[in-house]
Every structure is written in structure tokens, then in C-alpha cells.
Ligand binder design. Structure first.
Ligand code: BES
Ligand code: MN
Ligand code: ZN
Length: 530
């Protein structure tokens, strides 16, 4: 055991379970501390919202004409309902029973998409939490522009993911924290209850739980979330949700010839792991999607060591592997109609007397020789083994996810992940899924010209290609290990976590934490790909 008992932090108690119940109710009046409704920038109003305003004495209309409520995206106006308590005290049956109204600005009604729905639910959830309410309700306008099941899923995703916190190590200020919200009700309004809504809500709950699995592991500090820990969690998740997990340890990786994972691991006191997970949907003729994740539990850069400032963020360098685990959970719990092969390579990247060096030549699982010119370009070295292993299993397509390059962040910032692929149809499906999931992708070129940059003096291929087009040469490195299999690489370096200094963070993400990017994207993709 590499860690002394003092250094090792245990998770206190059980692993977190999702305690928020989301339900669909058809009948008004419904007593709730807060009901959130939609306000559109163009003044559009659905029938139910109009009725609610009437019950509130026309206050919404009044605030609109006074310019206090504009309907602009990301605005929240809370209005108390002074009519309710006197009414109840007088023994009368109220026709509208919310203590407060939260009027959520939606932007223009012509611009509605699923992301707007998620943001609506997330803004309401954040407001309810800020007000320390035990529960709240959402009235989704009829005019959100998507089918009921997709709206239900987006509402549950947005609300639950907004309320997520990583606070297991906060032992001091527990009393300052608001009580947890246990119940979220969705009130579509009488007569408008589409059965698809409840099904969508149930899917959204499962998908949020799977995303939280990925967030927890990716945010987790590197002294806790080691490669061994990722392997253990993979086994636990497999047993809990109904997929299989084979975890290869160091000796097995040596036997298999996984030279890439072993080289990156060689400076470490923690053993490496390769996880192979399988979800079988049980449908004859179903397609198999392989998902491959970079699981570098901490990236110091190794001998080509990184500067000290901001190095702590490199605990998130396992985000690709965490997304694989979250996606496996989503596939199994949502019973996605495809087979999934999940593969991750996990190790930290440490400098030491036994570490791999610039100039080393490493034989990968595929048999190709990788010439190492920078030990900080380690993700591709780990993924080389994982991708070659995936290809052997003959999946219909491979999607890998990796916090691979700072160059991708320079190119695209934090608003999308980079997409690199040898297949147009696969790319188009992923881009579309990204739009629906609110996890956007932007495709980058993989022209032959760039490939020249990674031709090696000694080996078959070198692991860096110079300053220019760094995200693309990294993708080309990976492309060398997938052959003709339809493949897409997602560089999630700019989207896997958030930083407090960023200009824009959607209200269902937490600042300075992992986002769980990839889980919702691949789930949306799998639903369409089937
Ligand atoms: N994990 C990093 C990439 C990274 C950097 C992700 C910043 C998120 C934020 C990766 O292993 C790495 O160090 N890449 C190098 C490659 C270079 C040596 C060719 C980089 O991007 O600088
Ligand atoms: Mn690195
Ligand atoms: Zn890395």
C-alpha cells in the first residue's frame, strides 16, 4: 500500500445516493413553497401561466409592464403570495396554493431548445436552495418546443444536477448549509399531462445520477481516487447496476504487453489498472459502441514536469475514464438499446527514479513503437493501448474521451469539446447529440498534412508534434491505433471541469468542480444511434 493510513482519506459512510424524488402531478391546487413558471422575452404566455397570474392578482403582468420582469434568459424574480395564508385560515379551499412564485426568464419563445429547459429547472432549483426551501415545483410552459419526454428528461437533469454538491470533506460548516431539497414536483397543468413526461422525468433522474457518478470520481482528490479505486468503483457500479467489469492489474497488463499504460505508470508508487466493462442490452442484432476513457488520476507531467501553479487541476485528468463509468451506469439503468463496451486506462503520471523518460521507445499493445519526446503527452500513450484493445473486440464504432491537450482549450475555450473523427456519419450523430445534451462539440480537421508532424526519428510514431495544431496532432496519434474502425475522439480538456474565473458557467454546473461531461452526450447519442 503506497499511502500511509494518515494520508489516506476514506469516504465517510455510504456512497451518496440520489435522494431527490421528482414526480409529475396533474392536479392543481398543489401546496408548494415555490412554483416556478416561464416568462418569455417576447411576452408570449401559455394558458396556465396566465391563470396563475390571475390567482396572484395580476402581479406578474404588472411587473412586466413596469419592466421589472423582462423574460431575459437567466433572470429570476420571486414574488410572495400574500393571499394564500389568510384564505387557508378562513377555511376556504384555495384555487392556487403556492407560497411563492419564481418567474424564470427564458429568452425568446422562438429560441427554445432543451438547454433552455435545463436552465429553467436549474435556476428554479438554485433559487429554492438559496431560500432554504424543502421542496419546489416547476410548471413547464406548453411552448418549450420539444416533445414531452425530452422536456421531462431535461427538467430532471437540470434540477438535480444544479443541486449536486461535492461536500463530503466539509466537516466544519455543516450547519451553514441549507437543508437538502427532497422533492421536486412537475405541474404541467390539468388536461396537459402527456404520459411521455413522466417517462422522461424517470430517465432524467437516472441520467443525472449517472452524471453525478462521473462528477464525484472526477472531482475526487488524487490521494483518494487512485487507479485501484477506479477499478473498485467500476466493480461496485457493475454489481449495482447490472453490467460486467473485468479489471486488469499491473501483472496482467505486463502479460498483455500494454507498454503504454505501464510506461506512464513506471514512475508511480500506485499500480495501474485497465478496466473492461460490458453492458449487453439483450436485443438481437443490436450495435456495439465502444467508449474509451483516459484515466490519468494525476498528471504531474512526469520527468517533463508541469509548472506548480494550477497543477492541482490535474486531478481531473481522469475525467474521460469517469465519463466511461458514468455512461455505463446510464446505459444499464436506462436500458439503452445498444451494447456498450467500456474501456479505461488508469494510472497517475509521476516523476521518479523509475519514471519513463524523453527519448524512450515504448512498444504499445498494438505492437507499434511509440517514441516518447515529452512525458507530459501521456494521455495518448495510455489511450494507444486502450484503443488497440477496443479495436480487437470489433465494435461498430469507438468514441474516446480524454482531457488530452491544453491546445484544445486554446483553440475552442470552454464552450465545447473538440471532435476528431475518421467518419462523417458518426461525427454528425455526435454533434447532434451534443446540441441536445447541452454538451456541444466542434469538429476539427484531421488532414494528412498534420500527420507528418508526428513521424518519428526512431520509432513508428512520436508522442508530440510541435506547437502548431497540438490538439490535432494528438488526435492523429490516436488515429494510428484505431485502423478502419469508425472512431471519434473527444478532447474534453476545456469542458471536464469548471474554474471560478470563467465568464460563463451554466446553472446546473458547480464552480471549480468536474462537470461529468460526456455522460449525457453519449446517452443522447446512443438513443439516436440505436
Ligand atoms: N492532461 C494534459 C492536458 C490538459 C492541460 C488538460 C490543461 C486540461 C488542461 C495532457 O496530458 C498534457 O499535459 N498535454 C500537453 C501535451 C504537450 C506536452 C504536447 C499539453 O497540452 O501541454
Ligand atoms: Mn500531461
Ligand atoms: Zn494528461
Amino acid at each position: 500500500m503506497a499511502w500511509s493510513s494518515v494520508n489516506r482519506i476514506e469516504i465517510a459512510g455510504e456512497l451518496p445516493v440520489l435522494r431527490i424524488a421528482v414526480e409529475v402531478r396533474s392536479r392543481m391546487p398543489f401546496r408548494t413553497p415555490m412554483l416556478a413558471i416561464c416568462a418569455f422575452e417576447d411576452g408570449h404566455q401559455d394558458h396556465h401561466s396566465q391563470r396563475i397570474d390571475e390567482f396572484m392578482g395580476g402581479i406578474v403582468t404588472q411587473l412586466r409592464s413596469g419592466g421589472e420582469i423582462t423574460g431575459k434568459r437567466n433572470t429570476v424574480t420571486v414574488i410572495h403570495n400574500p393571499l394564500l395564508n389568510p384564505l387557508i385560515a378562513s377555511g376556504e379551499e384555495p384555487r392556487f396554493a403556492a407560497d411563492r412564485l419564481a418567474v424564470i426568464g427564458m429568452g425568446k419563445s422562438s429560441d427554445m431548445n432543451l438547454e433552455a429547459v435545463r436552465v429553467f429547472a436549474a435556476l428554479a432549483a438554485n433559487k429554492a436552495r438559496e431560500l432554504r426551501l424543502p421542496s419546489f415545483a416547476l410548471h413547464p410552459s406548453k411552448d418549450l418546443g420539444s416533445p414531452a419526454d425530452a422536456v421531462g428528461q431535461a427538467l430532471a437533469e437540470g434540477a438535480i444536477l444544479a443541486l449536486y454538491r461535492y461536500d463530503r470533506f466539509k466537516s466544519e460548516d455543516k450547519d451553514d448549509r441549507p437543508p437538502e431539497i427532497g422533492q421536486i414536483s412537475i405541474l404541467p397543468g390539468e388536461r396537459d399531462v402527456d404520459p411521455g413526461l413522466a417517462k422522461g422525468v424517470a430517465d432524467g433522474e437516472k441520467l443525472a445520477a449517472a452524471t453525478i457518478t462521473a462528477r464525484d470520481l472526477a472531482t475526487g482528490p488524487a490521494n483518494l481516487v487512485t487507479a485501484t479505486h477506479l477499478g473498485e468503483r467500476a466493480r461496485e457500479l457493475a454489481a449495482a447496476h447490472g453490467f460486467s467489469a473485468t479489471i486488469f492489474g499491473k501483472a496482467e497488463l505486463q502479460e498483455m504487453g500494454c507498454g503504454g499504460i505501464l510506461a506512464v505508470n513506471s514512475g508511480s508508487a500506485e499500480p495501474p489498472v485497465m478496466g473492461v466493462l460490458r453492458y449487453d442490452c439483450g436485443r438481437p442484432g443490436a450495435r456495439t459502441l465502444a467508449v474509451v476513457g483516459k484515466g490519468v488520476t494525476f498528471d504531474t507531467g512526469g520527468i517533463s514536469i508541469k509548472p506548480a501553479s494550477d497543477m492541482h487541476f490535474m486531478r481531473h485528468d481522469k475525467s474521460g475514464a469517469c465519463a466511461v463509468l458514468g455512461f455505463m451506469q446510464a446505459a444499464a439503468t436506462m436500458q439503452l438499446p445498444i451494447n456498450v463496451l467500456g474501456i479505461f486506462g488508469a494510472t497517475d503520471n509521476m516523476p521518479s527514479g523509475s519514471a519513463y523518460r524523453p527519448g524512450d521507445v515504448i512498444r504499445s499493445y498494438s505492437g507499434k513503437n511509440m517514441e516518447i519526446l515529452n512525458t507530459d503527452a501521456e494521455g495518448r500513450v495510455v489511450l494507444a493501448d486502450c484503443l488497440a484493445y477496443a479495436v480487437e473486440q470489433k465494435p461498430d464504432a469507438i468514441v474516446d474521451m480524454a482531457t488530452l491537450t491544453g491546445a484544445c482549450v486554446v483553440a475552442l475555450g470552454h464552450a465545447c469539446s473538440g471532435l476528431f473523427s475518421n467518419n462523417d456519419a458518426l461525427s454528425a450523430g455526435l454533434v447532434q447529440a451534443g446540441e441536445a445534451a447541452g454538451e456541444r462539440l466542434w469538429r476539427m480537421p484531421l488532414w494528412d498534412e498534420y500527420r507528418e508532424q508526428i513521424k518519428a526519428p526512431l520509432g513508428d510514431i512520436k508522442n508530440i508534434g510541435g506547437q502548431a495544431a497540438g490538439a490535432i496532432t494528438a488526435a492523429w496519434f490516436l488515429a494510428n491505433f484505431v485502423g478502419d474502425t469508425p472512431w471519434a475522439h473527444l478532447d474534453i480538456a476545456g469542458t471536464a471541469w469548471t474554474e471560478g474565473s470563467w465568464a460563463v458557467t451554466p446553472p446546473y454546473l458547480q464552480r471549480d468542480m468536474a462537470t461529468g461531461v460526456g455522460v449525457r452526450l453519449l446517452t443522447h447519442f446512443a438513443q439516436a444511434w440505436a
